[in-house]
Write a protein that binds this ligand. Structure first.
Ligand code: SF4
Length: 284
């Protein structure tokens, strides 16, 4: 994309899309101010075998764009009270035992103590949705609403996600399975640490294998890095399609956009998310 003359979108939303844009809270004027992402940026894909080994600090665009007085997941920030994880001195966790089906995998997660996040969880938020999904939606971690409900995207961020998906013709109930990189909520809504993500990665890998989604939508930079590698940034990935290679050698296309919790605090980014979803669904 040229930085001197950014492309402007001339797309005219349908009446239904306009209604959903209003529901989402996108001022149509925003659409004319934000250029859609340029497609076709080459990205070095992450492989499934690499996915659980990221070890970099989680300095997300998402976090930079969220006011420091609030958390990225929609809860009032309590930075001074957030417990700082103690760097683990323990050896790497052993690989998960392969589960034959999703229910067996969920039962493993329900009693999992593979990382310190089990200490503060209310419920394990394994995932929920269609069992032959067109889309696997992957967030960073459960928030407080999810932790209470035991379901992913159960609060305001989830409501926005549902509306966003509906606006581009994706029905969350029948076409989407939603989950997160880690299945237990980090206390204080801090981002999950690399060792926590590594400990939990086997669940997501097996969910991918068992659900066989047609596409993946990664929400936020941390989730995007799981698939694209630890050096990737959300901005470098927006407008791109990653081919994420599974253990059986097949690939699943991965699209990225902002996490809905970020959009709740930064409404202007809704226009960018709108373009990302239009592109992911072939409408651009
Ligand atoms: Fe187990 Fe994942 Fe929960 Fe850690 S976050 S305790 S690995 S289910």
């Amino acid at each position: 994309m040229s930085t001197n003359s950014p492309q402007r979108l001339t797309l005219r939303p349908t009446a239904l899309q306009q209604a959903w844009l209003q529901e989402i809270g996108i001022d149509r004027r925003l659409l004319s101010l934000v250029a859609p992402p340029e497609p076709g940026i080459a990205v070095q894909p992450q492989t499934q075998a690499q996915s659980g080994t990221a070890a970099e600090p989680d300095t997300a665009v998402r976090r930079l764009r969220v006011p420091e007085t609030t958390s990225a997941s929609g809860q009032p920030a309590k930075a001074a009270k957030v417990p700082t994880p103690t760097p683990t001195q323990e050896p790497p966790v052993a690989p998960l035992v392969p589960a034959g089906n999703l229910q067996a995998l969920a039962e493993q997660a329900a009693v999992c103590q593979r990382c310190r996040l089990h200490e503060g969880r209310g419920a394990v938020v394994f995932g929920a949705g269609a069992l032959a999904p067109q889309w696997l939606v992957v967030g960073e971690a459960p928030d407080a609403h999810d932790d209470r409900a035991g379901l992913p995207f159960a609060g305001p961020a989830g409501e926005l996600l549902r509306a966003m998906l509906q606006a581009v013709g994706i029905d969350r109930d029948s076409q989407v399975y939603a989950t997160s990189l880690v299945k237990c909520r980090p206390l204080g809504n801090r981002p999950p640490e690399p060792d926590e993500r590594q400990a939990c990665a086997g669940f997501l890998d097996q969910q991918l294998a068992l659900l066989a989604p047609e596409r993946i939508l990664a929400l936020g930079e941390t989730a995007a890095r799981h698939f694209a590698g630890p050096e990737a940034t959300l901005e470098s990935l927006r407008g791109s399609v990653l081919d994420y290679r599974l253990a059986d050698g097949s690939t699943v296309p991965v699209y990225v956009t902002h996490h809905p919790a970020t959009l709740l605090f930064c409404p202007p980014l809704k226009a960018e998310a709108w373009y990302d979803l239009l592109q992911a669904t072939g409408r651009l």
